[in-house]
Design a binder for this molecule. Structure first.
Ligand code: W6P
Length: 340
């Protein structure tokens, strides 16, 4: 909440940002209420109910923030400084949201009185998460959307590099699924668009799964024509996502729609437990998307934004003047300011 107030004034004035700010204020009051209550045998239950109410209240926060950014784009010229602040803020804001929701989920699952003794899960953590299983699940669901939209879809070839033993990790399956589903949708769309609707022999998506000493890598390779190098960085920018997140009712009718916050959000899920998502592309051929996860759960602890002098200074930091030449009027420092 402190950091919301450091946002550029223009953005702070947008109605959607005000709505989000008020949601946080309400939830904060509801949660600190428990600081002063006298604990009895109904308190734990009341606390769980309060958490569930808060979780529901914040369900649409990502969409509402995206709406706020759209409102800003439509009403103001956004300078590089503002764009930088928004990128910095949303990465931190959404990471904080991922972690708070994870904590709420853990609490309500573990203390909400509906424990399933048969499941190996600890809250939403699977101590023996079958990575190939999640890959196939995410592929099938992305393929369903792809088939609906394009009436065809690329096949999947999965290769596990070392050993035939199943690769199992301690992980949050829903987070892994989210990343894979997003990357599959992007790859499928690229393949279908690049090879045209007349083709009935689409090149398959190839997934390579490797367990190293330090990292687990999931590489998804498509032959969807690739992305020009100049566009690579934009894929993770909130300000370049063109359309608002499809609403819940649209979600089924507009599959594989334009880049929303799917890619930057997926990368945050990876980074949340000290992994990452990296894209590599050969324009004219295809794209590799690599999900890195920590192979050792002892290294997969939460990565959280902290609010301090460094973070608050960021919002006031001027963009450094370029000290490299370039032909295109500012070059590396030049950003496309008109976003269609
Ligand atoms: C593309 C564009 C893209 C984004 C993310 C993942 C895969 C792909 N493939 O052509």
């Amino acid at each position: 909440m402190k950091e919301i107030h450091l946002l550029p004034d223009n953005l702070l004035k947008m109605p959607s940002v005000g709505i989000v700010n008020n949601l946080y204020a309400t939830s904060f009051e509801e949660i600190i209420h428990f600081e002063k209550v006298e604990v009895n045998d109904t308190t734990l239950d009341k606390f769980c109910q309060a958490l569930i109410k808060i979780r529901n209240r914040h369900t649409d926060v990502v969409q509402t923030m995206a709406q706020g950014v759209l409102e800003l784009k439509e009403s103001h010229d956004v300078d590089i400084q503002t764009e930088n602040s928004i990128q910095y803020f949303l990465d931190r804001f959404l990471m904080s949201r991922i972690s708070i929701r994870m904590l709420i989920n853990q609490h309500t699952l573990l203390f909400g009185g509906q424990l399933n003794g048969h499941s190996r899960h600890v809250g939403c953590i699977d101590p023996s998460c079958d990575v190939i299983g999640v890959i196939k699940d995410a592929y099938e669901n992305a393929r369903f959307l792809c088939d609906q939209y394009y009436l065809a879809s690329p096949e999947l070839i999965v290769k596990q590099h070392n050993g035939n033993s199943e690769i199992r990790i301690i992980y949050v399956p829903s987070h892994l699924y989210h990343m894979l589903f997003e990357l599959f949708k992007n790859s499928m769309r690229a393949v279908m668009e690049y090879h045209g609707s007349d083709s009935d022999n689409y090149p398959p998506l190839e997934v390579l799964l490797v367990r190293g000493k330090e990292d687990i890598c999931v590489k998804i390779s498509d032959r969807g024509g690739g992305i020009p190098r100049s566009q690579m960085d934009h894929l993770f920018k909130y300000m370049y996502s063109t359309a608002p997140q499809p609403s819940k009712s649209d979600a089924h009718t507009v599959p594989l729609a334009g880049y929303g916050y799917g890619l930057p959000l997926s990368r945050l899920y990876a980074r949340y437990l000290h992994g990452d998502i990296v894209l590599l592309s050969c324009e004219g051929y295809g794209t590799d998307a690599i999900i890195y996860l920590k192979a050792l759960s002892t290294e997969a602890n939460e990565l959280l934004p902290i609010f301090n002098k460094t973070s608050s200074r960021f919002y006031r930091m001027p963009i450094p003047i370029a000290d490299w030449s370039s032909q295109c009027g500012g070059g590396m420092a030049t950003r496309q300011l008109s976003m269609s």
